[in-house]
Write a protein that binds this ligand. Structure first.
Ligand SMILES: Nc1ncnc2c1ncn2[C@@H]1O[C@H](COP(=O)(O)OP(=O)(O)OP(=O)(O)O)[C@@H](O)[C@H]1O
Length: 243
């Protein structure tokens, strides 16, 4: 399978001299097209830094990050912003919807910001796939947390991105609602061939992924395929994540 995202020997150091912190140490990883990957690890292990470097939100101190063959390291901020807007989807813990806009307006906002035409048929399909039929005129405050996250997922999918990155996408949801959102992300991968990468603290969330990358102290220390929540939890405990 082709890798949509490829990190080669990526290191990230924050600060200099005595106060320097190595957040990522020579991380090499590939994210195959059409896969669902969870990134886990103890607090401070480098998960957010991994996501930010992989998504072009932060630049590595050394190493190479490629999105669909395009080298991101060394790219200036203007080109990175354009690339993120057109080729990457983001889903955040706090939904990040615009309160004054309707569901449809929120979903189409990234396209309108980049001056692109809105494909109405694609919009209808996305709305239906994420289960928001009949809600398109609502504003975020009129929706439940789970529905708001569905809007955010729809917004992320609207530009047909090469990869969707989720930063704790179920972190603000109750258990039942979180499961529904995870099932939706699974369906987005299985039914649409979308590639999804998600940072999570929750072994149950990670068990929805095809592969779990386990980070500890800025390194990938394990790669689990076909993960179960029990195996992930057990591995996290051995890493000292919950002691
Ligand atoms: N902007 C920054 N400046 C300095 N140090 C930073 C910065 N961002 C992260 N770090 C440090 O880099 C290391 C990795 O941080 P990161 O946020 O990637 O970990 P994480 O696994 O996402 O943690 P958490 O689960 O607590 O969110 C930590 O030691 C952190 O303190």
């Amino acid at each position: 399978m082709t890798d949509v995202v490829r990190l080669d020997a990526v290191s990230k150091v924050y600060g200099t001299g005595q106060s320097a912190v190595a957040a990522l140490r020579e991380v090499t990883a590939g994210i195959p097209q059409g896969s669902f990957t969870a990134v886990m690890g103890p607090s401070g292990s480098g998960k957010s830094t991994f996501l930010h470097c992989a998504a072009g939100l932060d630049s590595p101190s050394s190493g190479s990050v490629k999105l669909g063959g395009t080298e991101l390291s060394g790219m200036d901020e203007t080109r990175l912003t354009k690339l993120r807007r057109q080729r990457i989807g983001f889903v955040f813990q706090a939904f990040n919807l615009v309160p004054a806009l309707t569901v449809t307006e929120n979903i189409t906002l990234p396209l309108r910001l980049s001056g692109s035409r809105v494909d109405r048929a694609w919009l209808r399909e996305i709305v239906s796939r994420v289960g928001l039929d009949g809600r398109t005129g609502h504003r975020p405050a009129q929706l439940s947390g789970g529905q708001q996250q569905r809007v955010a997922i729809a917004r992320a999918l609207m530009t047909r991105p090469e990869v969707v990155f989720g930063d704790e996408p179920t972190g603000a949801l109750d258990t039942m609602t979180a499961r529904e959102v995870l099932r939706l992300l699974r369906e987005v991968v299985d039914g649409m061939g979308q590639t999804v990468v998600m940072v999570t603290h929750d072994p149950v969330a990670a068990s929805y992924a095809d592969t779990v990358l386990l980070l500890a102290d800025g390194r990938i220390v394990d790669t689990m395929t076909a993960p179960t929540s029990e195996r992930v939890a057990e591995r996290m405990t051995r890493l000292g994540a919950w002691v």
